[in-house]
Design a protein around this ligand. Structure first.
Ligand SMILES: Cc1cc2nc3c(=O)[nH]c(=O)nc-3n(C[C@H](O)[C@H](O)[C@H](O)COP(=O)(O)O)c2cc1C
Length: 328
């Protein structure tokens, strides 16, 4: 039997499978099953500043409705403060008490003060690390890519200044140069880079002629995009790399580690098979390692990264040149 122990951002983990931020962290019983199945760690679903703000606005509106009609009601119903992030933070504290496995808090804020403030509050819950879910759709045509990137760097630096736990950044693949962004975040002290987040894309229902939100699970072929960037970055940044999106099988985990991942984050496969599938994933990696004679994950990690691969240019090829040449 191989040793599946992993280290991510300096945190020892029982295995390389980490549960990605998602609603599976919303129930204590599920979290306990995740731990029992041998997960390396769990990222708790994000604290969304946007959601807190929206709820606060709604609450204020509801307060005003009564007050306008019955001004005297204010004496009966003095203004209440919205629980803000408290509910979420109390949830993390509760989770911390019931499991021993590493827990990673996740934050998606949108005001400069919000990022640093909520990061500090999440740290105080006792999580082992903090993952920054930094993606936002840009809709302002006057904001350049450079503006967006500068804000990202400032945000990450501000958070790193505020907390003493390791900070990882969960990136989107939608940058002109992912490698440049990742390297700059690494220089600024990010201890982990999660490649990549996967987003909800809107859709249109032609029958109803209305917008619809679809939450579909990832497909296995999607893991090749993170695979490329894990391989390109391995050995070039100090930060640990967590591969994410489309990782559904033990074979996919092995491929990501060969490319250079320290751990993988998974969500969709656990919605499809339930959380006990973590054990199947780890068992499959174990079997492969036994067959190949590897004892530890680090025996083969990065063996097929761009730096170490026998055909490093494969990771740079994006066009179908060869395919087109064959057809003429
Ligand atoms: C139901 C659901 C909820 C999610 N919630 C969050 C979240 O709160 N924060 C976050 O960063 N990502 C969230 N994600 C994205 C996942 O963490 C992950 O990045 C994505 O699903 C890709 O991994 P997968 O292919 O294994 O599903 C969510 C995904 C799902 C399916």
């Amino acid at each position: 039997m191989a040793d599946l122990a992993a280290t991510y951002m300096g945190i020892p983990m029982a295995g390389p499978v980490v549960v990605a931020a998602c609603s599976l962290s919303g129930r204590v019983e599920t979290i306990q099953r995740i731990e029992a199945a041998g997960a390396g760690g769990l990222v708790i679903k994000s604290l969304f500043e946007e959601q807190i703000m929206a709820e606060e606005v709604q609450l204020k509106k509801e307060e005003r409705v009564g007050a306008e009609r019955f001004p005297e009601s204010l004496t009966y119903f003095p203004p209440v403060d919205h629980a803000g992030a408290r509910e979420h933070l109390m949830w993390i504290e509760r989770t911390r008490k019931v499991v021993q496995m590493p827990l990673i808090g996740s934050l998606n804020a949108y005001t400069p003060g919000g990022w640093a403030d909520y990061a500090r509050q999440i740290e105080q819950t006792g999580v082992n690390a903090l993952e920054l879910n930094v993606y936002a759709v840009q809709t302002d045509p006057d904001r350049s890519g450079a503006d967006v990137e500068a804000e990202l760097f400032d945000t990450v630096s501000a958070v790193i200044d505020q907390v003493s736990i390791p900070v990882s950044v969960k990136l989107s693949p939608f940058y002109s140069s992912v490698v440049n962004i990742a390297s700059e975040l690494d220089r600024r002290g990010a201890k982990g880079l999660v490649l990549f987040n996967r987003f909800i894309q809107p859709d249109i229902d032609p029958e109803a002629e209305a917008l619809r939100n679809v939450m579909d699970l990832s497909r296995p072929a999607e893991m090749r995009l993170p695979l490329r960037y894990v391989a390109l970055l391995y050995g070039k940044v100090d930060a640990d790399l967590a591969a994410n999106t489309g990782i559904h099988t033990p074979d996919a985990i092995v491929r990501q580690i060969l490319a250079g991942a320290a751990v993988v984050e998974v969500a969709s496969v656990l919605y499809a098979h339930d959380v006990e599938y973590i054990r199947t994933l780890h068992d499959g990696v174990d079997r492969w390692m036994d067959q190949k004679g590897y004892r530890k994950l680090t025996d083969f990690r990065g063996k097929l990264s761009q730096a170490d691969a026998p055909a490093p240019f494969a990771y740079e090829r994006a066009q179908y040149v060869e395919l087109l040449m064959q057809q003429v």
